[in-house]
Write a protein that binds this ligand. Structure first.
Ligand SMILES: Nc1nc2c(c(=O)[nH]1)N[C@H]1C(S)=C(S)[C@@H](COP(=O)(O)O)O[C@H]1N2
Ligand SMILES: [Mo]
Length: 395
């Protein structure tokens, strides 16, 4: 059944999905969940839009027409707003930020080797760096006259209706008002991704991008912003995207025991070669990405080619040149960094062997050697280990 909602057509039948590249690794068709082939990630500092991972929880809502789009800003504000796309583009200053998005479930498959976990079996391809342009959420909240003495959270509502939300309005998430109002946090309402209109899979025509937070808070197909006293009670804030204690499974799960995941932690992945690749002995360039949260930046990536015995420093590629060319003058202090880094290291490899990579950020945050198992398999940021085998091996 299809229904209309705030200028969108919602269908339960997945008959209005956008076209997609065959190169994506599809983990689920309905809803569409696909990751970038990890070896494609380090090929460019910004992931091309049509290769960027897609994490949907429902059919992609179809906007009837750009003219009919309205964003509502309400709740504990003096002047509730109803904004068209034109309003957003002409009445507010355009802001651009380079930021990485990562699903909290990135690298879940590795965690399930310890004990089965519940969730989409992602490899390490649900992270991507992009240039996002739109307006600062801060500017919109100020225009709405948010009561900073009363409101503490900003809730976002998407036009899609995941079955988990039952009879609620749409996909819901919230962030603290402080994060939203701090210009250095650069939370934006984005209408462009890498200089193009947002693709439908990534939230056309408008999405939130919350730099430094897990992807689940960057709500797509944004229809409503609500300033509130409490954080959102949406499903993906209260019953998912939580790092549960390792003794909890479905028999004794207590969702209220654990806060919703917000900040990203240090992450690092080997993208090229892919796990279990067969190689002849010789010189190879190992490549990958590393990222972190809180606006810190990656200062070091260490790589081992002999099963974590000896470590070498990889070369970091920060992509600043590209960014400077495309990103207009900053309106922030520029002290924080929301992009990933790419890294590479040339080594002489003699398979079979185990390659390991780990990163350290500017606040000296590191990664654990082993994943800490949790029921939903989220926030796996353990040292990334992959095996490579000789060309003639039977595997
Ligand atoms: N409206 C809406 N927003 C959403 C989601 C969703 O299903 N619906 N998924 C979230 C999750 S879990 C992630 S990881 C990111 C993924 O963004 P992408 O599909 O553009 O890569 O979107 C977030 N925003
Ligand atoms: Mo996610």
């Amino acid at each position: 059944m299809a229904s209309e909602y705030l200028g969108y057509i919602r269908t339960e039948k997945y008959d209005k999905e956008p076209s997609r590249r065959k190169e994506l690794i599809v983990n689920c068709e309905k809803p569409f969940n696909a990751e970038t082939r990890p070896d494609l990630l380090p090929r460019s500092f910004y992931v091309p839009n049509d290769l960027f991972f897609v994490r949907n929880h429902a059919p992609v809502p179809l906007l009837k027409s750009e003219e009919e789009f309205r964003l509502r800003v309400e709740g504990i504000v003096a002047y509730p707003l109803l904004l068209s796309l034109e309003d957003l583009k002409t009445k507010f200053r355009k802001h651009t930020v380079a930021a990485v998005l990562q699903c909290a479930g990135n690298r879940r498959t590795e965690m399930s080797r310890i004990k089965p976990v519940d969730g989409v079996p992602w490899l390490h391809g649900t992270a991507g760096n992009a240039i996002w342009s739109g307006v600062l959420l801060r500017d919109v909240l100020i225009a709405a006259g948010v009561y900073t003495n009363k409101a503490l959270h900003v809730e976002f509502e998407g036009a899609d209706l995941p079955p988990e939300e039952e009879n609620r309005r749409g996909y819901l998430a919230s962030i603290p008002l402080n994060k939203a109002l701090d210009r250095d946090e650069e939370v934006i309402l984005a209408y462009e991704m890498n200089g193009e209109k947002l693709p439908r899979d990534h939230g056309y025509p408008l999405r939130v991008v919350v730099p430094g937070y897990v992807g689940a808070r960057s709500v797509k197909w944004l229809t409503r912003i609500i300033c509130k006293m409490e954080s959102s009670d949406g499903y993906f804030m209260t019953k998912d995207y939580k790092y549960l204690p390792s003794n909890m499974d479905f028999n004794n799960v207590d969702w209220s025991s654990t806060p919703p995941i917000m900040n990203l932690s240090v992450q690092c992945a080997i993208c090229d070669p892919l796990p279990d690749t067969k190689l002849s002995p010789g010189p190879y360039k190992i490549r990958g990405y590393a990222l972190t949260g809180k606006g810190e930046h990656i200062v070091r990536v260490e790589v081992s080619i002999n099963n974590s015995k000896d470590w070498q420093l990889a070369t970091l590629i920060k992509g600043e040149k590209v960014a400077n060319k495309e990103i207009p003058k900053r309106v922030t202090s520029g002290m924080k960094d929301w992009s990933w880094v790419l890294w590479e290291l040339v080594v002489y490899m003699k398979p079979p062997t185990v390659l390991t990579a780990r990163a350290i950020d500017s606040a000296c945050n590191t990664q654990p050697e082993q994943p800490l198992w949790n029921l939903r398999g989220v926030m796996n940021n353990s040292w990334h280990k992959i095996c490579v085998y000789p060309l003639n091996s039977a595997l």
